[in-house]
Design a protein around this ligand. Structure first.
Ligand SMILES: *Cc1c(COP(=O)(O)O)cnc(C)c1O
Length: 384
C-alpha cells in the first residue's frame, strides 16, 4: 500500500557501512535503515547466528521454553539492570506492552481510568495506542477516534507535569524518549529525565523510557538512561536490537516486572529462536568490539567536523545529538537533501522537515566518519 514516499533506489546488497543498488552504484550508509543496522550490513557474526539458528530451529512457540530467548533475556537483564522482559516483533508492539503494564499497574491501585503522560514531538509507533501517545498530529490524523487515557505535555517541560500531578488522580505513568528521534533529535535538558524520575517516585507513577531509537549503544551507552544515575521502571527497545532481524522488547524493573500473568499478554512470533539468536549475536559483537565507546568518539568526531565545516553557514541553525544520533537543524526545509545525498552516494534522512538526521553504524572507521561529515557539508553548501 501507499504508506511511504519512496526514493527510486533499490538496494541489492550491503557490506559493512556500504550499500549497493541494483545498478551497481555504491552508497555510504549514514542511516542504518533508521538506527537498525548498527553493526553494518552482512555482519559475519549476525549472518552466522541467523544461518546456524535457521538450520536448527526457527520457531517453536511461547507455549514452550525457548532457549535463545532465555539467553537473550539474561543478557538484557545484565546490561540494563532491569528484571524481566517481554519479547515482541517491533517497537510499536514493545510500547503496547509497556502501555498495558502501566494500565494494569493503575487498575491494581484501583485507578479506574489509568492515564499516561507523553510528550509533544514524540514518536512511539503506528498502532492505535502508540499513535495516540505520539505527539505528532500527522501520525494521528484520519485515525480517530484515538484511544483514551493519554495526556500530552511539551518535551522538557516538567512544570506542566507537576501541574497535572496536582489535579489528576488517574495518571499512572510518563512515557518519554531519552532523546526524541523522529521529532528532530531533540535533546533533553540535563535535569529533565532525573526530574521525571523524581516526579514519578513522588506520585507513585511508572517512568517508561522508549529507547527504541536511543538504545543499543547508539548514544554512547547501552541505553540513554545510563548517562544518568537513575533507572526507568519500564524500557522498550527494538530497532538496533537484531541488526535488521525484527525484534522488540519491553523490559521492566521491580515495580512492573510481575504485573502480567498468563493470559494477559502474548505474541505468536515474539522472541522466537531466530530473532533472539540474531539479537544475542548483535549484543555480543557490540560488547566484544567495544562499539559503545566508539559511538561517543565517532559522534564527537562527526559533530566537530560538521561544526567546523558549517561555521557561519546562513542555513545552519544547530548541530546536536549524542553519540551516533546526530541532528543538523537548518533554518529551511531540506527534504530534497535525501535525494541529493543518494545522487552523491550517501544515505541520510531528514526528519521534522528541517533536521538532517544521521544514524550511522557503530562500526565506522575514523576515515568513514570523516567522509560522512564531508559529504553532508557539501550537500548543505550546495543548497541555494
Ligand atoms: C521507530 C520507533 C518506534 C516504532 O518502532 P516500530 O518498530 O516501527 O514499530 C517507536 N518509538 C521510537 C522512539 C522509534 O524511534
Amino acid at each position: 500500500m501507499n504508506t511511504y514516499a519512496k526514493q527510486a533506489v533499490t538496494f541489492s546488497h550491503g557490506k559493512g557501512v556500504w550499500l549497493w543498488d541494483e545498478q551497481g552504484n555504491q552508497y555510504l550508509d549514514a542511516l542504518c535503515g533508521i538506527a537498525v543496522t548498527g553493526l553494518g550490513h552482512s555482519h559475519p557474526a549476525v549472518t552466522k547466528a541467523v544461518c546456524d539458528q535457521a538450520q536448527k530451529l526457527i520457531h517453536s512457540s511461547n507455549l514452550f521454553q525457548v532457549r535463545e530467548q532465555i539467553r537473550l533475556a539474561e543478557k538484557l537483564q545484565a546490561i540494563s539492570g532491569l528484571d524481566k522482559v517481554f519479547f515482541s516483533n517491533s517497537g510499536a508492539e514493545a510500547n503496547e506492552a509497556a502501555i498495558k503494564l502501566a494500565r494494569l499497574f493503575g487498575h491494581n491501585k484501583d485507578i479506574a481510568q489509568p492515564t499516561i503522560i507523553s510528550t509533544d514531538k514524540s514518536f512511539h509507533g503506528r498502532t492505535l495506542a502508540t499513535l495516540t501517545a505520539t505527539g505528532n498530529r500527522k501520525v494521528q490524523a484520519g485515525f480517530e477516534p484515538l484511544v483514551t487515557g493519554f495526556l500530552r505535555v511539551p518535551y522538557n517541560d516538567t512544570a506542566a507535569i507537576e501541574a497535572i500531578a496536582k489535579n489528576n488522580s488517574q495518571v499512572v505513568a510518563i512515557l518519554v524518549e531519552p532523546i526524541q528521534g523522529e521529532g528532530g533529535i531533540n535533546m533533553p535538558d540535563p535535569e529533565y529525565l532525573p526530574t521525571l524520575r523524581k516526579i514519578c517516585d513522588a506520585n507513585d507513577w511508572l517512568l517508561i523510557l522508549d529507547e527504541i531509537q536511543t538504545g543499543m549503544g547508539r548514544t554512547g551507552k547501552w541505553f540513554g538512561f545510563q548517562h544518568y544515575e537513575f533507572k526507568p521502571d519500564i524500557m522498550t527497545l527494538a530497532k538496533g536490537l537484531g541488526n535488521g532481524v525484527p525484534i522488540g522488547v519491553c523490559l521492566a524493573g521491580a515495580r512492573a516486572a510481575d504485573l502480567f500473568q498468563p493470559g494477559n499478554h502474548g505474541s505468536t512470533f515474539g522472541g522466537n529462536s531466530l530473532a533472539c539468536n540474531a539479537a544475542l549475536a548483535t549484543l555480543n559483537c557490540i560488547e566484544s568490539d567495544a562499539l559503545i565507546a566508539r559511538a561517543t568518539v565517532l559522534g564527537n568526531r562527526i559533530k566537530s567536523a560538521l561544526t567546523k565545516g558549517l561555521a557561519g553557514h546562513p542555513f545552519l541553525k544547530e548541530i546536536r545529538g549524542q553519540g551516533l544520533m546526530i541532528g543538523i537543524e537548518l533554518t529551511r526545509d531540506c527534504k530534497e537533501l535525501v535525494k541529493k545525498g543518494l545522487d552523491a552516494g550517501i544515505v541520510i534522512n531528514v526528519t521534522a522537515e528541517k533536521v538532517i538526521r544521521l544514524l550511522p553504524p557503530l562500526i565506522l572507521t575514523d576515515n568513514e566518519a570523516d567522509q560522512i561529515a564531508e559529504m553532508v557539508i557539501s550537500l548543505i553548501q550546495a543548497l541555494d
